[in-house]
Design a protein around this ligand. Sequence first.
Ligand code: ATP
Length: 233
Amino acid sequence: MLKMNAVSTSYGPVPMLRQVSLHVGEGEMVCLLGPNGAGKSTTFNALCGLLPLDGGTVEIAGRNLQEVGPERLASLGVGFVPEGRRLFPTLTVRDNLRLAFDAARNPDLSFSDQLQKMAKLFPRIEERLGQGAGTMSGGEQAMVALARALIGNPRLVVMDEPSLGLSPKLISEYFEIVARIRDEGKAVLLIEQNAETALSIAERGYLLVRGQVAISGTSAEMVKNDTIRHLYL
Ligand SMILES: Nc1ncnc2c1ncn2[C@@H]1O[C@H](COP(=O)(O)OP(=O)(O)OP(=O)(O)O)[C@@H](O)[C@H]1O
């Protein structure tokens, strides 16, 4: 579903990602771990097509991102949860979801059916559809951001630190929903600082340090790795 091949990026003259390669197969859940400033959000932006690449390629659903353009990613079956949610705060929850649904341009889906699915997954959303997204609590906004990524029925969901700022109780509720999404067969790339949570639900992982992949492997291998154990668990 997703392949980053030797991707390098920079901010002006400062190199950031250096030859980053990672992949996520169909229906697979993979996490990208790393400390603050490692380049996790830069990786997210590179694979959304929001950053020019100095080198390498990004392939999504078999298509080269540079040829497709970021505006068509939703219609290729990709849903994104950006860091900080980035909802449209002055629009209602329904309109936030509608925008994402329309961007997916999937003629086989109906908005009302998809809304019903989201209401089952996130019971609190149904009663809040007419509410301004910016007036909701942080936890509710996190759920809306995830529903927005799912409403077009994507095959791949990419999440950038989705649990940031949530209470421990909400984090466990949130990841229960993420595990259900994985169980439905969607591919997930979970970008997380919380290595313990991420490795407990992902099948494989990558550790990014100073813009480079330092360690990668199955979650079982990552959990046993001394560096990861000492620094991140
Ligand atoms: N637009 C930008 N212009 C210049 N430097 C940037 C820009 N965005 C990020 N950086 C720098 O690039 C480095 C990596 O940032 P990035 O946000 O990708 O890290 P991160 O791993 O997501 O960290 P965090 O967990 O703190 O979000 C940091 O040193 C950051 O200051």
